[in-house]
Design a protein around this ligand. Sequence first.
Ligand SMILES: Nc1nc2c(c(=O)[nH]1)N[C@H]1C(S)=C(S)[C@@H](COP(=O)(O)OP(=O)(O)OC[C@H]3O[C@@H](n4cnc5c(=O)[nH]c(N)nc54)[C@H](O)[C@@H]3O)O[C@H]1N2
Ligand SMILES: Nc1nc2c(c(=O)[nH]1)N[C@H]1C(S)=C(S)[C@@H](COP(=O)(O)OP(=O)(O)OC[C@H]3O[C@@H](n4cnc5c(=O)[nH]c(N)nc54)[C@H](O)[C@@H]3O)O[C@H]1N2
Ligand code: SF4
Ligand SMILES: [Mo]
Length: 707
Amino acid sequence: MTKFVVKPGVKNLQHEDEKLVTTHCCYCGMQCGMHIRVNKKSGNVVGVEPRYDWPVTNGKMCPKGVTAYQTVDHPDRIKTPLIKKNGKFVESTWEEALDLIEKNYKRLQSHYGKDALSVFGGVSMTNEKCYLVGKYARVALGTRYVDYNGRFCMSSAAGGFMKTLGLDRGSTLPWPELEHTDCFFMAGTNTAECHPTTIQWLWKARDKGAKMIVADPRETPTARIADVHLDLKAGTDSALANGMMHLLIKEGYVDEAYVQTRCHNFEELKEAVKAFTPEKTAMITGVDKEKIVKAATIFGRSPRSVVMFARGIEQQRKGVDNVCLYTSMALLRGQIGKFASGVATFTGQGNGQGGREHGQKADALPGYRKIDNPEHVAYVSDVWGIDPKEMPQAGVSAYEMFDHIQQGKIKAMHVICSNPAVSAPNNHYIWEGFKKLDFMVVSDFFLSETAEFADVVLPATTWAEDEGTTTNLEGRVIRIRKVKEPVGEAKTDWEIMQLIAERMGKKSFFPYTSVSDIYEEFRLASKGGKADYYGITYDRIEKEDGVFWPCPDEKHPGSPTMFTESFATEDGKANLAVVGWEEPGETPSEDYPHILTTGRVVFHYLSGTQTRRTPFLMEQCPEPYAEIHPEMAAKYRLNNGDRVVLTTKRGDITVPVKLTKAIRRDHIFVPYHWGKELSINKLTNPALDPTSRMPEFKVCAVRMQKA
Ligand SMILES: Nc1nc2c(c(=O)[nH]1)N[C@H]1C(S)=C(S)[C@@H](COP(=O)(O)OP(=O)(O)OC[C@H]3O[C@@H](n4cnc5c(=O)[nH]c(N)nc54)[C@H](O)[C@@H]3O)O[C@H]1N2
Ligand SMILES: Nc1nc2c(c(=O)[nH]1)N[C@H]1C(S)=C(S)[C@@H](COP(=O)(O)OP(=O)(O)OC[C@H]3O[C@@H](n4cnc5c(=O)[nH]c(N)nc54)[C@H](O)[C@@H]3O)O[C@H]1N2
Ligand code: SF4
Ligand SMILES: [Mo]
């Protein structure tokens, strides 16, 4: 389906020998609208055109989005299955690869039981594929061990929203409404680099007088344009949010009627925040008292505000507490469920929202059902056609799967659409785990650092070679379209899972001949669950510019604004967070005197397998570096570009320093998009949040020496 042009005065480029296919970017949760240019003769992808009529992004794209097409026909694509023989990969046929997988899976399960196998998924895949990963693990392989990379991404946001609001939908409002907001309170989100096409909405709001408050240890491009930059120490968000609520209550900025009728725990919260005076908050966070007061005053006086956050506050040992507290700030102001107001976490990966709702999580089933709830198990078993007794129990979280490898419980792993050799914390432990596995399979379209550990690598397709749906950061379900046929012998992830299911004697449970067959089953599997997609059809998505879940039936308009009348908790009331502040898992000491924090740059995406293969992006940002303040540099007699060794209790890395005043004097920031020797995750702390099991990527103690 091809649509052209659309913005008055702006014409999409169109060559005679090309066709345009309308789809969305494969990278972040913005899911910017785009048309992909395909050469009619060769069928190859040759370029991209922005989609001006996509209401969320209006033709805006970022440097990753405009170069994403270059990965599709990239020379590094894996074109046939690869089997490791004497330590080297050799090309093989699908028959040979599947034979080997069948033989090893059956051998391991007959020796060690069904749970000897495990699956590690990812959410750069469509809803259809993400849904199938859970079913593949539990029905085709019959194992309890399945989890996914969203554990390192959205899990604290999900846990926090579940606790406070009873439901985890990343944003409670649609993006175009942001234009009418009066105040943005943004914590731990580098929006300008990580969700760049959101900035247009902030600018529009700014033109109407809106204010921006940014809480970040770094003066990011986002903080630079803020009215107040709260330059807090990493790991002190709970104190900051409590301090903000202290002032909101003290200065009379609470929406009493809203809080009385729609929230629990207000009296307890009042007690709990009493201690967080501006003085105490300033002492813990390292932010000037005046700035804290100014931020609370702006936020408290704004009629319409949105509290926004991302991994900066979530990737902490207390990430769930942080989410609950910041969400409570929005509740105190009576903002959730109204026009141009609310709370939003920035969904990270392209399908980070949809991919976390439908059963890739260790303890979840489609539609946000729970595996420890017998009614939920009965419903999903019925859709899948299995005996509920056959449904495996809950497994363990992504990082904990590696503990189970060490304990000898997990013997094999199939990694689908993730690169934990780079992106999981405490890399050395992950690498040891992969080496210890008896058998390892990876589905990817590039030979990632993780794939290098595998016994068998299966060539998957890129997003441009298959169709389906994703759910963007607003909660809007959208269509991804097939642009071209797969390269070489690559197969889609769903076909691969189907083929392995067949080898495991479960073919009848995977009877799909097309993606829409899977989608129809998936709609039914989600029906009646908290994340209900039943009313969303491909047709409706097309006609309505996407449909927001929950959408329980085809007549339902979808839910752009959440919680207008009540919350999704049992009695409909939200739970205000009553929690204090605790130190991060690791604090500076004599041996490790500084704080290390990690994150992203605009030019690279996650573990970098795709963006490190994109020449333009590599020219812009070829290698990792340590961002440090000139004062810290002076103490170590370092000039810009000098190389340093950074060491934590878990590992070390050698990188050049980049001097900038845009970081706290006691912090070091390193982006994490590189592997092996250049992976900062050799150093990060795997301290896990007790509820979400999210590792503390954002804070650990580090030592620096001149190399
Ligand atoms: N360019 C680019 N864009 C991306 C991605 C990418 O890899 N590259 N990935 C996508 C994905 S999957 C995700 S999850 C999102 C992530 O999007 P973001 O969460 O916005 O990105 P990060 O760089 O991980 O962290 C955001 C900010 O948190 C700050 N921070 C660190 N520690 C703390 C703290 O203790 N408290 C507070 N308040 N702030 C802190 C960091 O300085 C950083 O500026 O981006 C998505 N978009
Ligand atoms: N230090 C530090 N570590 C972090 C973070 C941090 O802020 N700091 N952030 C964390 C976050 S938020 C995230 S989301 C994770 C992400 O970490 P990863 O899960 O490692 O993310 P990707 O790099 O996208 O890896 C996806 C892999 O699958 C491949 N792939 C892409 N699409 C498909 C597909 O459709 N099918 C298949 N089969 N393969 C595909 C890609 O080539 C790539 O090799 O990293 C986490 N790690
Ligand atoms: S903002 Fe995100 S979705 Fe949009 S072009 Fe950039 S990476 Fe792609
Ligand atoms: Mo993420």
